[in-house]
Design a protein around this ligand. Structure first.
Ligand code: ATP
Ligand code: MG
Length: 298
């Protein structure tokens, strides 16, 4: 069936990104709560239609580690993407909560499984791994969203993509500055994963705050500086895992299979981690200790 705007009852805004807003909605015909993402694009209808058609591949992204996709449509100059609602929000909300190593490993495991699924089953890379694109729910599930499936959408958004906190791998930063179209591969997602793991553990973007307000300083630090590391409190195997992800030379980073076989993720005890319990505790913790947002780009 086709999803359309009239089907929805609108609820609160779940978040705002660089390109639009995400709102909680009720899909009346099915009674299912969903997340509706609005992306405002100054494009003609033909291009908007192309995007909606290209997004159709998302119907094939059926996996326990990927957000379910319900449909897309466009109205005026906005594309609407309708997806599974994750009632615990994104990983950035939990970054800085108590993050015991088994929980960090379990989150990492879900992300690596999701990335491997995208690569093996859909032949795509994610391209935008970062804490806000990793979603959680009260059952303890961890799932990926916002991966690049529409070439037209990626091209339309690319121009405005100057974040003050970049998760881009060094080779991507170098490639873009040289105007290369495809200068990166799955290994670039592995870099972004490494940075995301550290952010989840330490509670803030891993490069120094001085670089938050200066895009050039930040990109220079990523390309030429030392990669960040996990806090001391984590084990040697966790440190090694993150170091492997953050090798500056992309060809030296592990494959998804190698990551899954690494002792940080292959520990059978991870099957018993109570993720739902951790999500519940962390939501309570956040009520007492609200997340402080970083200074915006000057
Ligand atoms: P960017 O604009 O760079 O993509 P972003 O990922 O933060 O940044 P959006 O993708 O627009 O921006 O998402 C905004 C926020 O909405 C996210 O940070 C997340 O917390 C929330 N969100 C997105 N999708 C869902 C969902 N399916 N369920 C619950 N919350 C969601
Ligand atoms: Mg997002």
């Amino acid at each position: 069936f086709k999803i359309k705007m009239d089907d929805f009852e609108l609820f609160e805004e779940l978040g705002k990104g660089n390109y639009g807003t995400v709102q909680k909605v009720l899909h009346r015909p099915t009674g299912v709560s969903m997340a509706l993402k609005e992306i405002r694009l100054e494009l003609d209808d033909a291009k908007l239609k192309t995007i909606v058609t290209e997004l159709d591949v998302l119907h094939r992204a059926v996996s326990p580690w990927i957000i379910e996709f319900y449909g897309a449509f466009f109205v005026e100059s906005c594309v609407y993407l309708c997806m599974e609602y994750m009632n615990a929000g994104s990983l950035d909300f939990f970054a800085g909560c108590a993050m015991p190593e088994p929980v960090l490993a379990k989150i990492t495991l879900s992300v690596v499984e999701g990335l491997r699924f995208l690569k093996d089953q859909l032949k795509i890379m994610h391209r935008d791994i970062k804490p806000t694109n990793i979603l959680l729910n009260d059952k303890g599930a961890v799932k990926l969203c916002d991966f690049g499936v529409s070439g037209q959408l990626d091209r339309s958004l690319a121009k405005t993509n100057i974040g003050c906190q970049s998760y881009m791998a060094p080779e991507r930063i170098k490639g873009e500055s040289q105007g290369a179209v495809v200068s990166y591969s799955a290994a670039s997602d592995v870099w972004s994963l490494g940075l995301t793991i550290i952010e989840a553990a330490v509670g803030h973007y891993p490069y120094p705050p001085e670089t938050y307000q200066n895009v050039f300083a930040q990109l220079t630090a990523i390309v030429h500086g030392e990669a960040p590391t996990l806090p001391e409190s984590y084990s040697a195997k966790a440190h090694e895992f993150v170091e492997l992800c953050l090798r500056k030379d992309a060809t030296q980073r592990p494959t998804y299979q190698q990551l899954l076989d690494h002792p940080f993720l292959s520990d059978p005890a991870l099957a018993d981690v109570d993720m739902a319990g951790w999500v519940a505790e962390s939501v309570e913790y956040r009520k007492e200790h609200p997340k402080v947002s970083v200074p915006a780009l000057a």
